[in-house]
Design a protein around this ligand. Structure first.
Ligand SMILES: [Zn+2]
Length: 249
């Protein structure tokens, strides 16, 4: 049994959500944390949680890339649903594409970290080309903890996040030919590791380039178990314990 700690299961990506969930279960993936990124997807997260209770778990948040359509009052969706959501996510910083607005991204990120602090909810953090600012901001909210999703950084960076109280989400990128991340997996403590797909993005090898789905957590699990030199059962025990230490699921 595994949890996909980071997915985007929405109708615009998956015509037949039922079959995606069936396939997940067949592969031993019994829980999926569904992440909103803007108002529309956040509302769908809430709706899908009601349609698929016990398998889809809701994380609601505003991703930095939603800033074009974002209005401050939209943050109400977090407060309004605070009792039913398990995390605030996907939130963070992304300086990858030209034209990003650093100040607006930081404002949005901090507004949501403040909500996480106020309501004692974990956060699911996205960081791309923005490591320094992400670390500096997370340090301002020492009571908040959660996950740094799609972790691909160095051992040194991993240890900084771990020290700040964050687990690291490993997904498809882990399986790409990348010796560095293998070393990180070998060296970080077991209690920092959780698994994710980021479906529909970032399919693991050998499915790279196809539409990713939660069932593929199994491929990532097999890869990590091999690197750690442990069985799938052991990895399941470890990662599920880590999941339940952050999320109330
Ligand atoms: Zn994501």
């Amino acid at each position: 049994m595994f949890t996909d700690s980071h997915s985007h299961i929405f109708k615009k990506y998956f015509e037949d959500i039922n079959s995606i969930l069936e396939n997940a279960k067949k592969n031993g993936i019994t829980k999926i944390i569904n992440n909103g990124t803007d108002l529309e997807s956040n509302l769908e997260v809430i709706k899908l949680t009601k349609t698929y209770p016990g398998i889809i778990y809701p994380a609601v948040g505003f991703h930095p890339e939603c800033l074009d359509s974002f209005k401050k009052e939209q943050l109400d969706v977090i407060e309004k649903n605070i009792d039913s959501i398990i995390a605030i996510g996907e939130i963070g910083l992304d300086y990858h594409y030209d034209g990003y607005n650093k100040e607006k991204q930081i404002d949005l990120f901090e507004a949501q970290l403040k909500l996480a602090e106020k309501f004692e909810k974990p956060v699911i953090v996205h960081t791309r080309d923005s490591l320094e600012d992400t670390i500096a901001i997370l340090k301002k909210y020492p009571k908040v903890h959660g996950v740094v999703h799609c972790f691909t950084g160095s051992l040194e960076t991993a240890n900084i996040f771990i020290k700040l109280g964050y687990k690291l989400g490993f997904g498809g990128v882990t399986t790409f030919k990348n010796a560095k991340i293998k070393e990180v997996i070998k060296k970080i403590p077991e209690n920092a590791i959780i698994l994710e797909t980021d479906a529909p993005y970032l399919s693991p090898e050998p499915l790279r380039g196809t539409v990713n789905e939660p069932a593929n957590v199994r491929i990532i699990a097999e890869f990590i178990a091999k690197e750690k030199g442990i069985s799938l059962e052991e990895l399941s025990k470890i990662t599920e314990k880590n999941i339940s230490s952050i999320f109330d699921i």
